[in-house]
Design a protein around this ligand. Structure first.
Ligand SMILES: N[C@@H](CCC(=O)N[C@@H](CS)C(=O)NCC(=O)O)C(=O)O
Length: 215
């Protein structure tokens, strides 16, 4: 099988390193044993340089033969179609994975992202806090009942949910032991550690190239 291509930025400032969402795709490919190459667009050109591939000028996006996908969730579900490791094939298990993947993005990240955005601007006690706490409390109740989110085993839904929840600041208030254990369990997977190390190395290599005028 041809490798898929994961697109990310050539470089980003230190802050977002380790959290750029190409990590989700690297992680999924590693879990599934899918080979991939990484291609880059210039960070400085993000508003203009690749709008044909990502209409919001963001990363990641994915190429798999004729298939081109933006949105990390869409790209992950595409990878899950390629490997049963990421999503079971029985209708009930598949449906469970789909609903929890969308829930991670559209019910949890939908709230954690604006909260985080306000918090890093010094407004941690903002109007979104109660909303986020409520969402995390509901999730805590779910996670207290099982080790993995969907289909009774690790799936792509865990990649997205753990990636959303591993932002420490988001979990820094309230006591949610099942959520803590869940994030620790999912991020203890070797494929996560390898994807994280690879992303850090990618941007450190870019630092070195820029320092020597290689950009
Ligand atoms: N919903 C999108 C969000 C993508 C996103 O926020 N990407 C960040 C990097 S992790 C980005 O490109 N930020 C730069 C920008 O928004 O200009 C997805 O999941 O793919």
């Amino acid at each position: 099988m041809e490798p898929v291509t994961i697109w990310t930025y050539d470089w980003v400032p230190a802050g977002p390193r380790g959290f750029v969402r190409d990590l989700r795709l690297r992680w999924a490919c590693r879990e599934a044993g899918l080979t991939y190459t990484v291609a880059t667009v210039r960070f400085e050109d993000r508003e203009t340089g690749h709008l044909d591939r990502q209409p919001f000028g963001q990363v990641p996006f994915l190429e798999d033969g004729e298939v081109r996908l933006f949105e990390s969730g869409a790209a992950l579900l595409h990878l899950a179609e390629r490997s049963e490791v990421l999503m079971p094939r029985d209708p009930a298990g598949r449906a469970d994975v789909l609903q929890w993947t969308i829930a991670a993005l559209n019910s949890v990240e939908l709230v954690t992202l604006p909260w985080w955005y306000l918090a890093i601007r010094g407004d941690a006690d903002n109007g979104v806090t109660g909303w986020m706490a409520q969402r995390l409390d509901h999730l805590e109740r779910e996670l207290a009942q099982r080790d993995w989110l969907a289909a009774g085993r690790f799936t792509v839904a865990d990649i997205v949910m753990a990636d959303v929840l591993r932002v420490k600041r988001v979990r820094a208030f309230g006591s949610r032991p099942a959520t803590e254990a869940y994030v620790a369990r999912v991020t203890a997977r070797p494929a996560f550690a390898a994807a994280l190390a690879e992303q850090m190395e990618h941007f450190e290599t870019a630092d070195r190239a820029r320092a020597t005028g290689g950009d």
